[in-house]
Every structure is written in C-alpha cells, then in structure tokens.
Ligand binder design. Sequence first.
Ligand SMILES: *[C@@H]1O[C@H](CO)[C@@H](O)[C@H](O)[C@H]1NC(C)=O
Ligand SMILES: *[C@@H]1O[C@H](CO)[C@@H](O)[C@H](O)[C@H]1NC(C)=O
Length: 287
Amino acid sequence: MASLKSVVPLGVCLSAWIITIGAQNSLLQAQNVHWVSLDFKTILTWTTEGSDLTYTVLYSWDKADWLESADCIQMLDTECDLTHNLIPYDRTYTADIQTEHEMPDYPEEELNHVYSPQFNPYKESNISAVNFTVEKVNKSTVIVSITDPLTSIHERGKQLSIREILKSDLHYKIIYYKSGSTGKREVTSDSSEVEVSQLDPGQSYCFMVAAYIPSRPKTTQHGAWSRQRCTPGSNDPLQEWSLGAWVGVIFILITVFIIIVTVTILCCKCCRQRNKTLQTSQSSAAI
Ligand SMILES: *[C@@H]1O[C@H](CO)[C@@H](O)[C@H](O)[C@H]1NC(C)=O
Ligand SMILES: *[C@@H]1O[C@H](CO)[C@@H](O)[C@H](O)[C@H]1NC(C)=O
C-alpha cells in the first residue's frame, strides 16, 4: 500500500513530463498542412508556432521513394511550390514536411516531421473561371467560344492550357436562360466551341460557363463559374410588340391627333374673334 502511494505521484509527474514534451513537439512541427491548387499550380502550405525553424519538404507518390523538392530545402517559408515536382499529374502524392532548428545543437528528438494530406493534381486542382464570347449565327443559334485557361506548366518553352493537360477529359458546362426568366437550360460539350440552338428569335439570352471534368470525383468536377454574358435582344424592337401594344399605340396617336386638331380649331376661332373686335374698335376710332 505504501509503495503504491509513492508510485502514484511519480506516475503523475512522468505523464505530465510526457505531455509537456508532446505539446512542445506539436508546437514545433508544421500545422494546418494543406494543398492549394489552381489550374495545376500546386502549393503546399502550413503554419507554425515555433521560431527559428526551417523546413525541408519531401514528396512521394508511393511512399517509398522520397524526393526532396529542390526549392524547399531548409527554408524559412511556410509554403512550398510543388507544381514542377508533382509529375505525372495523375498520381496521389504525399508530402513530408521536416522541421529543423537553426541552432545546430538543438535536441533532435524535439524536432519532428509531419505528413501532408494526400493530393492528386489531375483530379483535385481547381479550375478557374473561363473567358468566353457568344456569337450569333442566325436567329435561333449562337456559338459560345471558350478560351481554355492557361496553367503555370511550361513544356518546351510553351505555356500549357488546361486542355493540353486534361485532353479529352475536359468538358464545359453552359447554363443559359432567357433574359428576365428563371427557366435555365444546360448543355455540356467536350469542345471549346459550343453551338447552342433552338433559341427564341429576337430574345436576349444570358450565358454562364464552367469547366466540367466528369471523370473526376463529384466534389472536384466543376471549375469556377464564369460571369454571365448576355446577347442583345432583337435589333428591331417593333417586331416583338404584341397586338395589344400596337392597339395602345394607335389609340394614343389618335387621341393626340384629336387634341391637336381641337386646340388648333379653338385657337383659330379665338384669333378671328379678337381680330374682329380689334378691327371694329379701329374703325370706330377713325370715325
Ligand atoms: C478548391 O476550391 C475550393 C473552393 O474554393 C476550396 O475549398 C478548396 O480548398 C480548393 N482546393 C484546392 C486544392 O485548392
Ligand atoms: C441556324 O444555323 C444552324 C447551324 O448553322 C442550323 O442548323 C439552323 O438550321 C439554322 N437555323 C435557321 C433558322 O436558319
């Protein structure tokens, strides 16, 4: 019983010490590690609460061959651009962030490393909103021409577009609706030039476009939606007037005409009367 009494405080002490060391370790290792990737520019970011720390980033897709990222060796930054390392794109990569202290004799066991979440650039890189134009072909058909966003990947001096990376996996989704109405229609196409037909002649339509990659998991299939772009309505607005509008216009015109005629007649009568009285008074004055 006596021995147990002395063991308990020792155990408490020991676990407190272990917790302290643990807390210190978690302070020193990279925290909130996550990937940020847009149009295949892929950056690993993290935060830290330690000071005088440097980081070295390793990456691997099979967790066997770890490679160092040449630009991210013993650096003070808390982000690492791995765009040019994660090739081929369609692999699931893990990064390993190793923490070092600037003081050479810093106790090594307090330093740590941490694995990133897994990341597949081909399946998970976000796609930015696209630019596009809408051109009228005839009364009921337009062509939507989309500019494939550029990536920050260069091959033989040429900057690649997302089409050159995603190839036939790249589709576009177009949503369009008649200006002022809520009914939306949707078309998808594997081309960057999309013909949209069966539009009502003379109507203004609004279009929005997003990259769409059906081969990806649901959550990353859609790129960002573009801003909407509207076509003008018919150049000849008279064409769209209903019979009611025409009747209204003709009624107003007739009313205006009647008013003008009435006013003119009244005025003339008035003038003639005044002239008459003027003449009478003049002639009486002459006598
Ligand atoms: C992609 O965009 C979404 C929404 O903005 C964001 O939550 C996500 O973290 C982004 N993914 C990457 C890999 O950048
Ligand atoms: C408009 O152009 C499209 C494609 O060129 C064609 O299929 C369609 O028949 C044309 N419609 C009219 C009304 O001319």
